[in-house]
Design a protein around this ligand. Structure first.
Ligand SMILES: [Fe+2]
Length: 316
């Protein structure tokens, strides 16, 4: 009985994406399931289906039409035309100054901690934890200020905030899945990054124009949806990640369109279409980069996507 219960539990865990996120993922987190779905054509059909739905969403449809902004909100022009936008001086001066100190202290404490100093690893990427009341005012203001940029896509969905630090002790970097060019999802999906301390190392990078859902994009999408490019990582969760020796080959045209978001000022916000190609550039010297990763796909599931598509139809 317990074995059966565990089987069902594992089956569900492996077929949903990380952290119970219910937005369509590139692959199932179970290689057998993914193999069957590729072999039967279901994997391909599933992507066709979700893009058919996303195209009916009044804002996501802009990613299917040569990057024309369908929302009427001028602040979103670059998100549609090149795949991302940057806004400097995002938080009010008062909140920014207050939290810059809080974040810098947290980062310094971590970099001086035994946990960091005594670790054998030369490169680290971890989440720094804050008590909810420590960052409440900050998260409330971020949510309020992001609303005009994201509500056309996600309505009033409350985002989740992750406070992440990447560090390299000796200037080397491992070729993790994050530092390889990749797409996050096989359909339009946005992500916000906020840099309260600015960026001077291992910048986040994006390939302009790779967000448009066209023939070229279908090529990336099928590369990142192919189980042969993945291997199992980690002991406890058995997460499927791009295999160590696998990288998407870039054409010269794609290489010409790489933008590295380096030398960003503190208090800069990035909003990007993560169905397009992006990565964290590997470290080239010792250093660290602290950023917030802000996502909507925990609150905004595939069912919300369907209902957003239906709402648009009933209104028009
Ligand atoms: Fe990503």
């Amino acid at each position: 009985m317990i074995a059966l219960k565990n089987f069902i539990k594992n089956f569900i865990v492996y077929t949903t994406w990380k952290d119970n996120d219910q937005y369509p993922s590139l692959i199932y987190n179970n290689s057998i399931f993914q193999r069957i779905s590729e072999w039967s054509g279901f994997s391909w059909l599933r992507v066709k289906f979700w893009n058919f739905i996303a195209k009916k969403n009044k804002a996501f449809k802009g990613f299917y039409s040569d990057g024309i902004n369908p929302t009427g909100n001028k602040r979103l022009d670059e998100l549609f035309s090149i795949g991302f936008l940057i806004e400097e001086n995002f938080l009010t001066e008062e909140t920014f100054i207050k939290y810059q100190d809080i974040f810098q202290n947290k980062v310094d404490n971590y970099l001086n901690s035994n946990e960091y100093l005594d670790s054998n690893k030369k490169q680290i990427r971890i989440q720094l934890d804050f008590r909810p009341n420590e960052v409440k005012e900050f998260e409330d203001e971020m949510t309020r200020l992001m609303h005009p940029l994201v509500h056309e896509f996600y309505g009033n969905t409350r985002p989740i905030f992750r406070y992440e630090i990447d560090a390299s002790k000796d200037g080397t970097d491992y070729r993790s899945a994050f530092s390889k060019w990749h797409i996050d999802r096989p359909l339009p999906s946005l992500k916000v990054l906020y840099f309260p301390l600015g960026v001077n190392a291992a910048p986040f990078s994006y390939i302009k124009g790779s967000h448009l859902i066209n023939k070229q994009w279908q090529g990336f999408e099928s590369f990142f949806r192919s189980i042969k490019n993945y291997s199992k990582k980690g002991n406890s969760k058995k997460t499927l990640m791009l295999a160590d020796n696998v990288e998407l080959p870039l054409t010269d045209k794609l290489k010409d369109n790489i933008v590295e978001l380096n030398n960003l000022h503190p208090n800069t916000l990035y909003l990007g279409a993560h169905q397009g190609l992006h990565r964290k550039k590997p470290f080239e010297e010792r250093g660290y980069r602290f950023h917030l990763s802000i996502e909507f796909t925990h609150g905004f599931s595939k069912y919300n996507l369907i209902s957003s598509a239906l709402n648009r139809q009933s209104r028009s």
